[in-house]
Design a protein around this ligand. Structure first.
Ligand SMILES: [Mg+2]
Length: 407
């Protein structure tokens, strides 16, 4: 019996809300697609997952596998699975996020986002910090093939992406472990984050570790710099995007300003993927980043963009900021990406480098937004460490992103 047959049987049933239906069915191991269903992860389907990992389109909407158990049959070619299907209604979208705007991002834009993030990070890294930091980066800032080396911004973004691809949500305990496992001083982690990750690596729980280092939570830009993959994965569900961005942030950056900074980058990437008008983006930025400092800077940046004024770099650095805190760098990155959205990546990075300060992180955040809007075509020829890996992660995020809502 093929799973496609089950699909056609199910679609003819009129299931009431909350009615569970128990199926007993064998299916071939190699089956990935059948009928109108898409099995996002064959491994999770066969692997006794308790998570609702597979979406299943029926005539009246979506159903999720909410429970699944499987056992190998003696023949070995097929398995017997017990599926419990029940009605699952996707959360409604908020605001004016109408459905037709949720479906038009391309895999090229996903690759552009991840490549832009890594390139902004790697190109900006040699210009960050004082004389000692710059001299050190001259020594370790290239990999074996002489491509620019990325820093903690890209490493932590890849960590977030890997956890999303594996667990389909931000599992905070797992993400804390992955962050700690990936830590390497040579990636240029901020001192506070480095101390937290060392504590986690030594066995201290992340909730305890963050309090030991920052009593009230860090408001550095370390959460914002890694939030783009969350936006990519939850592109089709804005409420989950907001919730999971907060979860990814608070492991190391639990101060409200850091979380607002992370949300701002997620929202900016979300709109860059849709190539939509800016007014809606600015409105949601103000709604989700409601602290006075963010509101003031978002308002200023919006005014500059709307008036098409070419604000001098000194004024941008002084007014919006170029520092390591979320409130002194996130709006700067969004402003730079928006201002240079129709220009080349190089022009945008030239402007960001001219601002000085935390160049690699502002470059990473702006690069992710710029790449999400413009795609990867013009970024392909730029050398970067582990380009193939970066592109593969972007493709996986595209293929395995949360399924859209059709209800
Ligand atoms: Mg960095």
């Amino acid at each position: 019996m093929r799973l496609g047959l089950i699909c056609s049987i199910s679609s003819r049933l009129r299931l009431g809300r909350g009615w569970p239906v128990l199926w007993l069915l064998p299916f071939p191991r190699s089956l990935r697609r059948c009928g109108r269903s898409t099995l996002h992860s064959r491994r999770s389907l066969l692997g006794l997952s308790q998570e609702p990992t597979c979406s299943y389109k029926l005539a009246r909407g979506y159903f999720m596998y909410q429970h699944l158990s499987a056992a190998a049959s003696p023949a070995g070619r097929s398995r017997i699975a017990v599926l419990t299907l029940s009605r699952y209604t996707w959360p409604p979208l908020t605001g004016s996020h109408s459905q037709q705007h949720q479906m038009n991002a391309s895999v090229d834009q996903y690759q552009g986002c991840i490549l832009g993030l890594a390139l902004g990070d790697a190109i900006g890294a040699p210009f960050e910090g004082g004389l000692i930091e710059r001299s050190l980066w001259k020594l370790i800032g290239r990999v074996r093939d002489h491509s620019p080396r990325w820093t903690d911004d890209t490493q932590m973004s890849l960590d977030v992406a890997n956890v999303l691809l594996r667990y389909r949500e931000i599992d905070q305990d797992r993400l804390a472990e992955v962050f700690a496992g990936s830590y390497a001083w040579s990636r240029g982690y901020g001192p506070g984050t480095a101390r937290q990750l060392k504590l986690i690596k030594s066995g201290v729980h992340w909730r305890e570790a963050r309090i030991r280092i920052f009593k009230d939570g860090s408001f550095g830009n370390g959460a914002a710099m890694r939030s783009a993959p969350v936006s990519l994965f939850f592109y089709n569900d804005f409420e989950r995007l907001v919730a999971e961005t907060k979860k990814a942030a608070e492991i190391t950056h639990s101060h409200p300003l850091a979380i607002q900074g992370a949300l701002a980058i997620s929202i900016a990437v979300h709109f860059a993927l849709q190539s939509r008008d800016c007014p809606e983006m600015w409105r949601l930025l103000q709604e989700h980043c409601a602290s006075p400092v963010f509101l003031r800077k978002i308002g200023l940046a919006r005014g500059w963009i709307d008036s098409k004024s070419e604000i001098a770099r000194g004024a941008v650095a002084k007014v919006l900021g170029n520092g390591m805190t979320a409130q002194d760098s996130v709006v700067t990155a969004i402003y730079a990406a928006t201002r240079f959205m129709g220009s080349s990546f190089g022009e945008m990075m030239g402007f960001i480098i001219s601002l000085g300060g935390d160049v690699d992180t502002i470059g990473a955040m702006a690069g992710a937004i710029w790449g999400a809007a413009n795609g990867s075509v013009t970024l392909e020829n730029l050398p970067i460490e582990e380009k193939d890996r970066l592109k593969r992660v972007a493709i996986d995020l595209y293929r395995k992103r949360l399924a859209p809502c059709f209800i």
